[in-house]
Ligand binder design. Structure first.
Ligand SMILES: NC(=O)c1ccc[n+]([C@@H]2O[C@H](COP(=O)([O-])OP(=O)(O)OC[C@H]3O[C@@H](n4cnc5c(N)ncnc54)[C@H](OP(=O)(O)O)[C@@H]3O)[C@@H](O)[C@H]2O)c1
Length: 390
């Protein structure tokens, strides 16, 4: 039996992970499930998977969770410390699928116990990649990427010498507005930005796909996780979302990873690694697909991609600043305070203003400095939003 835990079990990635684990009760023994506000789902899955402990991130929801699991032999807990404690419980495999920088502390705690961390939480690598990788190496933990692009690169590199890689290409669907003229995007609504043409994901990452902030995060993740230089990493718009990543070798050969747009592929690959096992994902018919198309990701249109290059050049805490600024800008878009295109303007303005500030970018990356950079950045972005409004 493989002992597993899921951090962020109630989310989009978490639910796909639950689905794969539920199909094989004979293979898995579930230690911890964590969630946020969706107590009904957390309790339902804790019962279905017979978890040892269910944890909500929110102290005020502990009673609700306790009531939902009354009479069951399942421990309950709440709050940040409980979340981190759940991540340190013995497990062979832990899924890190909390959204946002909130996933960093539990992810760090999880690698310190060794074993495998299946990493969906991209914010961990963007804000504190060197810290996470160093702690994993020290503890002898293995991190497996659970983003379709990074899983694709990882699979294409299997058995290859990374020194023979010339370049990598990650693809972007282009999101909800890929075919809309830039001039139309000033007034798009939250509902319009939340409709992804190919992938069924959480709302925040879906809007990040439309703004290309998701791809910007993925470029930074690619640099951090695989150690490629920024110049080696390319982005192409690929509306069909069938080719997730391509690795180009020094002899000119390209190894592409293809599959239906279903996150259960990347999750299942990490769950079964180093083996491959049957997964409940669509088998593609290439003849039915007929044509796959690719085009350049226009750097003028997609400011987020340009900002990612700035972050990769700067290093240090610039990833934490970038992530906090884009998360906060998205909060303001969701609340109707700013327009869709203003998000990237505000992230750029915040990065510039923090860069010209007090040496924050160059501080050592620790949980505390990431937290500080995150806090200062959100405050700075709020100031800029207020200035715009008034
Ligand atoms: N969705 C995808 O297809 C996809 C693909 C690749 C990578 N990712 C990455 O995977 C991560 C999860 O994405 P998602 O789309 O699954 O997000 P999601 O659907 O929004 O789910 C997020 C999970 O985190 C929990 N959560 C929210 N705020 C929290 C907090 N402050 N502390 C602890 N837990 C909290 C949520 O709980 P409640 O829902 O109960 O409140 C939920 O379980 C993100 O980093 C994302 O970028 C996602």
């Amino acid at each position: 039996m493989k002992r597993v835990s899921i951090l962020g079990a109630t989310g989009s990635i978490g639910q796909s992970t639950v689905d794969l684990i539920r199909r094989h009760p004979e293979r898995y023994d579930v230690a911890a499930l964590t969630g946020g506000r969706n107590i009904a789902q957390l309790a339902k899955d804790a019962v279905a998977l017979n978890a040892d402990v269910a944890v909500t991130a929110h102290d005020d929801l502990l009673d609700e969770l306790r009531r939902a699991l009354a009479g069951r032999d399942i421990e309950v807990a709440a709050g940040q410390a409980a979340l981190t404690e759940a991540a340190t419980r013995p497990a062979d495999w832990i899924m890190s699928a909390i959204v946002g920088v909130a996933g960093l502390a539990p992810g760090l705690a999880a690698v310190e116990r060794g074993g495998i961390l299946a990493l969906a939480n991209k914010e961990s690598l963007v804000t504190a990649g060197p810290l996470l990788l160093r702690r994993a190496a020290e503890a002898g933990a293995t991190i497996l990427p659970v983003d379709s692009e990074h899983s694709g690169i990882f699979q294409a590199l299997r058995g290859e010498n990374p020194d023979e890689v010339e370049r990598v290409i990650i693809t972007a669907s282009g999101g909800a507005f890929r075919d809309s003229p830039l001039s139309d995007l000033g007034h798009v609504t939250v509902a319009e930005a939340s409709a992804h043409p190919n992938w069924d994901m959480g709302q925040r990452i879906t809007i990040d796909s439309a703004s290309m902030f998701n791809k910007a995060m993925e470029i930074i993740e690619t640099k951090e996780f695989f150690g490629f230089t920024p110049e080696q990493i390319e982005v192409l718009i690929h509306p069909e979302s069938i080719v997730h990543a391509v690795v180009g070798f020094r002899d000119g050969g390209l190894m592409a990873h293809m599959g239906a747009p279903d996150m259960r592929h990347a999750i299942g690959y990490a769950l079964n690694w180093p083996e491959r096992r049957d997964l409940p994902v669509e088998r593609l018919s290439l003849s039915r697909l007929g044509t796959l198309t690719f085009r350049e990701a226009d750097p003028v249109r997609y400011k987020a991609l340009r900002l990612a290059r700035t972050v990769m050049d700067l290093g240090g805490l610039s990833g934490a600043v970038f992530n906090a600024a884009k998360e906060r800008a998205l909060d303001h878009f969701l609340n109707g305070h700013i327009g869709f295109l203003e998000m990237s303007d505000l992230v750029e303005g915040t990065l510039d203003s923090i860069l010209s500030g007090d040496g924050l970018i160059d501080a050592e990356i620790t949980l505390e400095t990431v937290g500080h950079a995150d806090h200062v950045t959100r405050e700075q972005l709020d100031v800029m939003v207020r200035r715009r409004a008034g």
